[in-house]
Design a protein around this ligand. Sequence first.
Ligand SMILES: Nc1ncnc2c1ncn2[C@@H]1O[C@H](COP(=O)(O)OP(=O)(O)OP(=O)(O)O)[C@@H](O)[C@H]1O
Ligand SMILES: [Mg+2]
Length: 246
Amino acid sequence: MSLVVFDEVKKEFSGRKVLDGLSFEVEKGEVLALVGPSGTGKSVTLKHIVRLLTPDDGRVLVDGVDVSECSSRELESIRRRVGYLFQGGALLAWMTVEENVALPLRECTSLSEEEIDERVAKALAEVELTDAAEKYPAEISGGMQKRAGLARAIVRDSDVVLYDEPTSGLDPVTSITINRLIRKLNRELGITSIVVTHDLQGALNFADRILLIKDGKKVECLPPAQFVESENPVVREFLVAMKGEL
Ligand SMILES: Nc1ncnc2c1ncn2[C@@H]1O[C@H](COP(=O)(O)OP(=O)(O)OP(=O)(O)O)[C@@H](O)[C@H]1O
Ligand SMILES: [Mg+2]
C-alpha cells in the first residue's frame, strides 16, 4: 500500500479553489518531486499531510490512516514519523544550531538530555554539520542553515520527510549539495521524501518520479525520463517555461 495517498482532495480559501480534486500516491522509499507554478498549492499540499490544513472534501491517508479522521494519538504518531523542512527554513535566531535541532525532541518527547545529545549529534553528522553545532544561524551560510533545518526534520527518526523548496535562494553548487543530501538520506536511511522544488534540473536528477500540479490538479506523475518525453501539452508548456534553467 502507498505510504501517502491524496484522494480527490479539495481545498479552497475565501471561495478560491486551491486544490481541486488532487489525487496522487507516494510509495514507501520513494523520492517524489512536486513541481508547478507559484501559487498552485504545493505548500498547501504538504500541509495537508500533517494536518496543518484539512481537506474540504476528499481524503489524505498516511500509511492507511485518514489524517482528518484519526485520533489525536494517531495524529501525534504521524507527526513524529513525518519530518518537515518548512519553506524559509525557520531556525530560531537566538538558539544555536544544536539547540534548534534538539527542539522537536525537547518539545515532543520525554527523552533524557543524554539521549537528546546523542540523537542531535547523529542528525548533525548525517547532514555534515557537526562542526557548526555551537554556532548561531546568523553565523552560518544559507546552505548550512538549510542543512540545519534538514537535521531538525530528521531528528525524530522520521521515515518520511517533506521538503518545501530546500534549495530556494541557494547558489547552484550549494543546491547540488543539498539535492545529493536528500538522495543520500533516502538511500541510507530509507526516508520517503516529497520535495517541492522549482529546481527542475535537480529534480530530474534526484527524484524517482516528478509530479506536476496545476490549477489544483495532477497534470502528470512520471519518472524523469518519461516526464521530459511526455506529450501532455501542460507538461510541454511547463518544460518550455523552465527551459532557460535546463
Ligand atoms: N492558510 C491560508 N489561508 C488563505 N489562503 C492560503 C493559505 N495558505 C495558502 N493560501 C493560498 O493558497 C494558494 C496556494 O498557496 P501555496 O503556498 O500552496 O502555493 P505554492 O504552490 O507553494 O507557491 P510557491 O511556489 O510560491 O511557494 C495561494 O494563493 C495562497 O495565498
Ligand atoms: Mg510554496
